[in-house]
Design a binder for this molecule. Structure first.
Ligand SMILES: *Cc1c(COP(=O)(O)O)cnc(C)c1O
Length: 427
């Protein structure tokens, strides 16, 4: 499908049925797969033949959906994971181990920050966090001899900063390491980071890709552009023999386009088992079939809401990278000229109390810890996800006590604005 436009890939990518085969992707609800001889199966265990043997590692339904996401991003190989958290963990741990170091943008999803800063630190992996707005000098200064990757989010959740992908790719490549980007908020409909020098993309498919609040999931896509063998000393896991597969060297056997995902499946999925269920992969595919239709509406609604709030006397600030005058508007125009995402954040002149009052009176927008859903949802972090923090701690996390995150769904913008208007009347 690689010559087709993104809209066509969303609908038809990943699966082309033959004569008499199901039109919709089949759900292969089977833990295991049968073989005629032990020799046949042995070849799979040696990675000498490709095929399925156990759904903890690979499943045909998952692979069809992964192939669609791969096609949408313009990659060479992809895999699904059970969650976005698993995708980011696997993407990093596939190339950075105990004693290694990673440079990451400081404005990333809270769950990812915790994974890196607390849990992966316990595993002996060191992280340096840099502002996405840092200069090239500051960025280059963050690297160490043991740095193995650079990580950021196209549009950060919930900070809504836009990553200067080319700047981060330049620095990563100057130090012989790949740039990994979590493309959850933009989706490949609005931005394809590989076109700007990114090497590996991750997703929480739980968000826009699923889009209906139906299934938690994740994905990893390889661009196939990073030359592991040219930096073999940094990436022994890919460039030296794997004892657990009879001495296979992934970068040699599976090439630049296949090594990363094959190793990630064969080692990390085998050992950690964070596989997506085939049922969830099926639901994810239904979401993907309309992603290109939903994203423009999310963006259109968010822009209408952002414009309305911007001129409202009770609102102190509006953050939306698609809004002219936003700090990230120019970067967003460069990397996402067709739209950014549906999430807007804003604050109240009346502070925390005003935010709480506003939330109490919303009727259409539901209070949820979710974002990027077809139904509008909203959150007041200071009284929910960040409620243990005092005002100083909130400020350090880049969240003011009056901040509300508003994830515009695909309803009618006039109804969303009317809901906001009536809730604001109580403030
Ligand atoms: C939600 C989210 C994640 C985590 O994904 P889960 O599917 O909830 O595990 C990672 N990155 C971003 C940008 C997210 O929004």
């Amino acid at each position: 499908m690689s010559d087709y436009k993104i809209n066509t890939k969303c609908v038809q990518g990943g699966y082309t049925p033959g004569n008499g085969e199901p039109r919709q992707i089949p759900i292969v609800q089977s833990t295991t797969f049968k073989y005629a001889t032990s020799e046949d199966m042995g070849k799979l265990f040696d990675l000498e033949a490709s095929g399925y043997f156990y759904t903890r590692l690979q499943n045909p339904t998952n692979d069809m959906v992964a192939a669609k996401i791969c096609d949408m991003e313009g990659g060479t190989a992809a895999m699904l994971t059970s969650s976005g958290q698993a995708a980011n963990f696997y993407a990093i741990f596939n190339i950075a181990n105990c004693g290694d170091h990673v440079v990451a943008s400081s404005t990333i999803y809270g769950g990812t920050y915790n994974l890196f800063h607390v849990t992966m630190r316990k595993m002996g992996i060191d992280f340096t966090f840099v502002s996405p707005d840092c200069t090239e000098e500051e960025l280059n200064a963050a690297f160490k001899p043991n740095t193995k990757a650079v990580f950021g989010e196209t549009i950060a959740n919930p900070a809504l900063t836009v990553l200067d992908i080319e700047k981060f790719a330049r620095a990563a490549h100057a130090h012989g390491v790949p740039l990994i980007i979590d493309n959850t908020f933009a989706t490949p409909v609005n931005c394809r980071p590989f076109e700007w020098g990114c090497d590996i993309v991750t997703h929480s498919t739980t968000k826009y890709m699923d889009g209906h609040g139906a299934g938690v999931g994740g994905a990893i896509v390889d661009s196939g552009k990073f030359d592991w063998l040219a930096h073999a000393d940094k990436f022994p896991g890919l460039c030296t023999p794997d004892d657990s597969y009879h001495g296979i060297t992934y970068a040699e056997k599976f090439g630049q386009g296949g090594a990363f995902i094959t190793k990630c499946t064969a080692q990390l999925m085998r050992d950690f088992g964070s596989i997506q269920s085939p049922q969830n992969a099926f639901l994810l595919n239904l979401g993907l079939e309309s992603l290109h239709v939903r994203m423009p509406r999310h963006c259109e609604n968010a822009l209408a809401v952002a414009k309305y709030l911007k001129s409202h006397p009770k609102i102190s600030f509006v953050t939306y990278p698609g809004l002219e005058g936003d700090k990230y508007y120019e970067l967003a125009q460069k990397y996402m000229p067709n739209g950014t995402c549906g999430v807007v954040s804003f604050g109240f002149k009346g502070g925390r109390v005003a935010a709480e009052t506003f939330m109490k009176h919303l009727k259409l927008a539901a209070i949820e810890t979710h974002v990027a859903d077809a139904r509008t949802c909203t959150l007041h972090p200071a009284s929910a996800t960040h409620r243990q923090m005092n005002d100083q701690e909130l400020a350090a996390a880049g969240i003011t006590p009056d901040l509300v995150r508003f994830s515009c769904g695909i309803e009618d913008a006039a109804d969303l604005i009317a809901d906001i208007e009536q809730a604001l009347a109580h403030v």
